[in-house]
Design a protein around this ligand. Structure first.
Ligand SMILES: [Zn+2]
Length: 312
């Protein structure tokens, strides 16, 4: 299972990635965690990332892509992974696609976390992380109201708040998301990879929706069908005459066959058409039936006339 979690900062991607790790055993690959780790280990890419971060700049795509490439080569990522926070823009998405195409392991799905921006502001400001095990909690979560210490670590260390997890910076981060990451929604929808999850509600509710969307494959195929439906009533009047012509032809054949086989059965074709027709199409379908009765009567009359003319 190779999936990307897509959504605004604070839409719950990180928390749900942890749930997917527990459910499917696939590692969560978070750009933020990788960058911090690479910086900490002092790898060549980490040193370049640190220089950018120290200067208060965004880490260049090239560095982020390099770090992701290294991580995807890890043994635990062989059976799959959940990418959280990557790709962040179209350039990164294209780099990822090229990277995966080269090893013949394309993405299985991209899940969009749909959440209201006001809800995001509330969530981000309530987010707390355990400095020891990395578990993310939220003081606004129904299960952990006002939580201050980790419930997973034996030592129960005090939870910390990321410096950029405050409402003042949320607006700026959402603007960056709108501009750089949002275009990925259409990008992946066009590739038929996009699944959408309503990311509002409790963590458990979202997890249930997420798992349902990931285990039910036709979800992506259904969406375009829904969008196409409203167009049908518009097209129907234009197509109807063509269809009825074709139907008239086949109906004529039927009528001929039926007359030869059983001339008395006039009611038979009517009941079939009545049974088939539904709602609006009733009118369109009934007309050809009437003509069917007339036309076969004319045809045998014309043909002998032509044949006589040719003989002369
Ligand atoms: Zn902990």
């Amino acid at each position: 299972m190779r999936i990307v979690l897509l959504g605004a900062p604070g839409s719950g991607k990180g928390t749900q990635a942890q749930r997917l790790l527990a459910r499917f055993g696939v590692p969560q690959i978070s750009t933020g965690d990788l960058l911090r780790s690479a910086v900490g280990r002092g790898t060549p890419l980490g040193l370049r990332a640190k220089a950018a971060m120290d200067a208060g700049a965004l880490v260049a795509d090239q560095i982020v892509v390099g770090i992701i490439r290294e991580r995807l080569g890890g043994a635990d990522a062989a059976t799959g992974y959940v990418l959280d926070g990557f790709p962040r823009n179209l350039a990164q998405a294209e780099a990822l696609a090229a990277m995966l195409a080269a090893i013949g392991q394309p993405l299985d799905a991209v899940v969009l976390f749909n959440v209201d921006y006001a809800e995001i502001a509330r969530r981000i400001s309530g987010r707390r992380t355990c400095p020891n095990c990395g578990t993310i909690f939220n003081v606004h979560d129904h299960a952990t109201p006002g939580i201050t210490h980790c419930t997973k670590c034996a030592a129960a260390p005090a939870l910390t708040q990321r410096p950029d997890d405050n409402e003042q910076t949320v607006t700026r981060r959402l603007a960056v998301y709108d501009e750089q990451t949002r275009p990925l929604i259409e990008h992946y929808r066009a590739q038929g990879l996009l699944r959408t999850v309503d990311a509002q509600g409790s963590v458990d509710e979202v997890t249930a929706r997420l798992i349902s969307v990931l285990t039910r494959k036709p979800a992506a195929a259904r969406k375009p069908a829904r969008q196409a439906r409203p167009k049908r009533p518009r097209k129907a009047p234009a197509k109807a005459p063509v269809e009825s012509k074709a139907r008239r032809k086949s109906a004529r054949k039927k009528a001929r066959v039926e007359r030869k086989a059983a001339p008395a059965r006039k009611s038979a074709p009517r009941t079939t058409h009545k049974a088939r027709s539904k709602g609006k199409r009733k009118v369109v379908r009934k007309k050809p039936v009437r003509k069917v009765v007339r036309k076969p009567a004319r045809k045998p009359a014309r043909k002998p006339v032509r044949k006589r003319a040719r003989r002369r």
